[in-house]
Design a protein around this ligand. Structure first.
Ligand SMILES: *[C@@H]1O[C@H](CO)[C@@H](O)[C@H](O)[C@H]1NC(C)=O
Ligand SMILES: *[C@@H]1O[C@H](CO)[C@@H](O)[C@H](O)[C@H]1NC(C)=O
Ligand SMILES: *[C@@H]1O[C@H](CO)[C@@H](O)[C@H](O)[C@H]1NC(C)=O
Ligand SMILES: *[C@@H]1O[C@H](CO)[C@@H](O)[C@H](O)[C@H]1NC(C)=O
Ligand SMILES: *[C@@H]1O[C@H](CO)[C@@H](O)[C@H](O)[C@H]1NC(C)=O
Ligand SMILES: *[C@@H]1O[C@H](CO)[C@@H](O)[C@H](O)[C@H]1NC(C)=O
Ligand SMILES: *[C@@H]1O[C@H](CO)[C@@H](O)[C@H](O)[C@H]1NC(C)=O
Ligand SMILES: *[C@@H]1O[C@H](CO)[C@@H](O)[C@H](O)[C@H]1NC(C)=O
Length: 440
């Protein structure tokens, strides 16, 4: 197989923030840079100065907003984890919209069509779906895919097997079209195929939803690229090319250039890396479940009830890795135990801010934290553990309890806790690997 290079620009979708802007005079690097000859994709942090979504937001507003979006996200993930009495196996090219869009934090720049049109898509490892705002779409953002300009574009007809996998399909003419509704919003899309280009890799006849109409207030600003492992995901559609293997390194939250890499395929993946088995929940085939067995704070194993961490496909309980949630959520008894141990270790007066309940004014020394997985321990650098303001002196433990909801049984290891780690998803060997990597 040819040694391919990937060249994608990843950006967080959220607005940029003044508090993480670089000092005056230091010009950040805003064009993606090829990393060696491996299959590296450049990742930029959306809070950074290079984001196209430039809008200054105060730190407090950002915190409140972020935790609010996370709340919706975690409820959504919970519904994914718990749902499925009806046992719908595949989610071909559909995003559930709102909960996903609001907090899918990284977007991938890909090319679609012939000749290629550049499109930003939110990267979401907990979804299989893919959709793109298409030309003629009523209510979509201005960044759309012009299907009429692409010689390889094809709208799937109602007889296509993929059409049986989408929700609410309808046969309009002969085209397979489907609707998605949630809250006060709804989408209509054509089930379509076209060439997807990821850096230098070409995926012919990639199946996705071509958005035709969006109504309601929750406007999806960009396309969505699901990196879930379900039967109709990008990974499933690219078995021959990527062998269901990818890894990413998310850039540091406070890094000036905010660049990291995403690697698709088996080439140039780390070989010496600690791993833990991936667990399969047949009810939720897209989600990346792992066996988190405990948490240590300052090398002391926190006393967490086993039931708070146990994998249970029936209830959806257990632990997943997610790229769309920003702050790690632990189910209540686990979070309380961890937080209390952190508080015991930090010498200071606890305050709260937004959704964070363990904040301190002034300088404090935070303890190290280690997440224990079956066969693998990951010690988090302090930057992955706390959120700090630059203007004030406030720092907060960047974790929270799962939303107060009867169904909140899933622990979510979120993107903030994955900064500067190479996280490898290896489906053929059914494992997840984590290694420290400075990917700024
Ligand atoms: C960020 O990019 C600028 C310009 O290329 C470079 O001078 C600087 O060293 C980079 N900073 C980091 C932390 O990589
Ligand atoms: C589509 O083609 C037309 C005519 O060639 C061109 O003006 C337009 O910019 C193209 N749109 C895109 C998105 O490439
Ligand atoms: C069917 O397609 C037409 C345009 O060709 C569109 O106006 C109409 O809303 C579509 N109906 C459904 C149910 O998708
Ligand atoms: C979507 O399907 C409708 C018919 O349902 C068709 O009129 C329209 O041209 C299609 N648009 C695209 C971009 O495929
Ligand atoms: C799908 O959405 C369109 C408007 O976007 C609406 O006209 C149509 O009735 C909807 N169809 C279904 C089955 O909900
Ligand atoms: C998770 O690990 C624990 C021990 O470390 C083990 O007892 C348990 O069976 C594992 N769970 C699964 C689902 O593999
Ligand atoms: C906590 O702070 C107080 C006052 O600054 C100091 O006297 C005490 O030794 C500190 N305790 C620890 C455990 O650092
Ligand atoms: C931060 O704390 C230091 C010392 O504790 C103090 O001198 C400074 O004024 C504080 N800054 C702000 C913005 O509160």
């Amino acid at each position: 197989m040819a040694h391919l290079q990937y060249f994608l620009l990843l950006l967080l979708l959220l607005p940029s923030l003044s508090w993480v802007y670089p000092a005056q005079g230091s010009r950040p690097r805003c064009t993606p840079v090829q990393h060696g000859s491996g299959s590296g994709l450049t990742i930029l942090h959306p809070y950074g100065p290079c984001t196209p979504f430039s809008k200054s937001v105060s730190w407090d507003d950002m915190m409140l907003g972020m935790v609010g979006r996370d709340e919706a996200r975690v409820l959504y993930l919970t519904s994914l984890a718990v749902g499925g009495k009806k046992k719908k196996k595949s989610f071909v090219p559909i995003a559930s919209g709102r909960p996903t869009i609001q907090s899918s934090t990284y977007v991938v720049r890909v090319s679609v069509g012939t000749p290629p049109q550049t499109i930003l898509m939110a990267m979401d490892i907990s979804n299989d779906a893919a959709w793109i705002p298409c030309s003629g779409c009523v209510g979509c953002s201005s960044t759309v895919f012009d299907s009429a300009n692409s010689s390889s574009y094809k709208s799937l007809d109602c007889q296509a097997p993929q059409c049986k996998q989408v929700p609410n399909p309808s046969c309009n003419g002969s085209a397979c079209s489907f609707n998605l509704t949630y809250g006060g919003s709804s989408f209509r899309a054509n089930l379509s195929q076209d060439t997807l280009t990821l850096a230098l890799d070409t995926v012919p006849a990639y199946t996705f939803g071509c958005l035709q109409a969006v109504t309601g207030t929750s406007l999806p600003p960009k396309g969505l690229l699901g990196l879930g492992r379900g039967p109709s995901s990008l990974l499933s559609q690219t078995q021959d090319l990527f062998h269901s293997t990818f890894s990413y390194c998310l850039p540091n939250f406070n890094s000036i250039n905010f660049s990291g890499t995403l690697r698709l395929g088996t080439a140039s993946q780390p070989t010496h890396i600690k791993t833990t088995p991936l667990l399969k929940n047949p009810r939720r085939p897209s989600l990346y479940y792992v066996n988190m067995t405990g948490v240590s704070v300052a090398k002391r194993k926190v006393n967490i009830p086993a039931s708070a961490l146990a994998f249970d496909p029936t209830t959806g309980g257990g632990t997943i890795l997610d790229s769309g949630t920003v702050v790690t959520r632990l189910v209540d008894p686990a979070y309380t135990a961890v937080r209390d141990e952190v508080r015991r270790r930090v010498n200071g007066t606890v305050s709260s801010l937004g959704g964070f309940d363990t904040c301190y004014d002034g300088q404090v020394v935070w303890p190290a934290m280690t997440l224990h997985f079956y066969g693998m321990a990951v010690t988090l650098p302090v930057e992955n553990l706390i959120i700090r303001s630059t203007s004030g002196n406030i720092s907060c433990l960047a974790m929270a309890a799962a939303p107060a909801n009867v169904n909140s049984v899933v622990n979510v290891i979120a993107s903030m806790q994955q900064q500067n780690l190479r996280v490898l998803f290896d489906m053929p060997n059914s494992k997840v690997g984590v290694a420290h990597e400075n990917c700024t």
